[in-house]
Design a protein around this ligand. Structure first.
Ligand SMILES: Cc1cc2nc3c(=O)[nH]c(=O)nc-3n(C[C@H](O)[C@H](O)[C@H](O)COP(=O)(O)O)c2cc1C
Length: 198
C-alpha cells in the first residue's frame, strides 16, 4: 500500500485474534514511528510494550473500579476492551519545556498558560508519534485503537505499569490481528473543514 492508501484505509480496531504478536514486529513499528516530528525535536515520548496478561487484566479491572466509583455506572466497553489484545502500548509524555516557555513564564502569564495548556506542543508531539504508530501498525496488516478512555484511572494505571513522575501516561494502544470487519467511520467533506485565506 502506498502512504495515501494507508491513511485512507486505517480505522480503529477493537476486536483482535488471539494470535501472539512478535515483539520484533512491534519494535519495528515503534522504530519507524520515531521519525515523527516533535517540538524542538524533543522526541518527548516513551513506549511501554505490555504483553503480560495478568498486568493487562489488572489494568482493566482498575479502569472498571475507578469508572464505577467516579461515574456511578459500569464502564463502557470502549474503555475496557484493551486487555483482549495480545499486546498493548502505553505511551507516556515526557515534560516538554521549550526556551519560549521559560521566557513566557517570567514575562507573560496568560501567553504562558495558553502555550502550556491550549497549544501544548508537548502533547502535540506525542500525538504525532501516536499517529505514526497507528499508520505503521496498519501498514503491517495489524489493527490498533488509540485510547484515552481508560485514563479515567490514569494514576492507578501508572502505578501498575511503573510510570514515575515527571512522565505522564497519555494513551493506551491495543494492537493485534484485526477481527473487526466494520466499514470506515464517516468524515466531514473537505469544504466544511477549510477556509482559504488568499
Ligand atoms: C485522542 C483519542 C482518544 C480515543 N479514545 C478512544 C477510547 O478510549 N476508546 C475507543 O474505543 N476509541 C477511542 N478513540 C478512537 C476514536 O473513537 C476513533 O478514532 C474515531 O471514532 C474515528 O474512527 P476511526 O479511527 O476508525 O477512523 C480515540 C481516538 C483519539 C484520537
Amino acid at each position: 500500500m502506498d502512504i495515501i492508501e494507508i491513511i485512507k484505509t486505517r480505522k480503529s480496531i477493537r476486536k483482535f485474534e488471539k494470535d501472539d504478536i512478535d515483539i520484533e514486529q512491534i519494535r519495528g513499528i515503534i522504530e519507524v514511528s520515531l521519525n515523527a516530528p516533535s517540538g524542538g525535536n524533543s522526541q518527548n515520548w516513551f513506549t511501554y510494550i505490555i504483553k503480560n496478561k495478568d498486568i493487562l487484566n489488572r489494568m482493566r479491572n482498575e479502569v472498571e473500579v475507578i469508572y464505577k466509583k467516579v461515574v456511578g455506572k459500569d464502564a463502557p466497553g470502549v474503555y475496557t476492551f484493551f486487555n483482549e489484545a495480545p499486546v498493548v502500548l502505553a505511551v507516556t509524555q515526557k515534560p516538554y519545556i521549550g526556551s519560549l516557555d521559560t521566557i513566557l513564564e517570567k514575562t507573560d502569564k496568560n501567553r504562558n498558560y495558553d502555550r502550556k495548556f491550549i497549544v501544548n506542543p508537548g502533547l502535540q508531539s506525542v500525538s504525532s508519534f501516536i499517529t505514526h504508530v497507528l499508520l505503521a501498525v496498519h501498514n503491517e496488516g495489524l489493527g490498533a485503537c488509540w485510547m484515552t478512555g481508560p485514563l479515567v484511572a490514569k494514576p492507578e494505571l501508572e502505578d501498575i505499569i511503573g510510570i514515575k513522575s515527571p512522565d505522564n501516561l497519555v494513551a493506551l494502544i491495543p494492537i493485534g490481528k484485526p477481527v473487526e470487519r466494520h466499514s470506515k467511520t464517516s468524515r466531514n467533506g473537505v469544504t466544511e473543514m477549510i477556509k482559504v485565506i488568499n
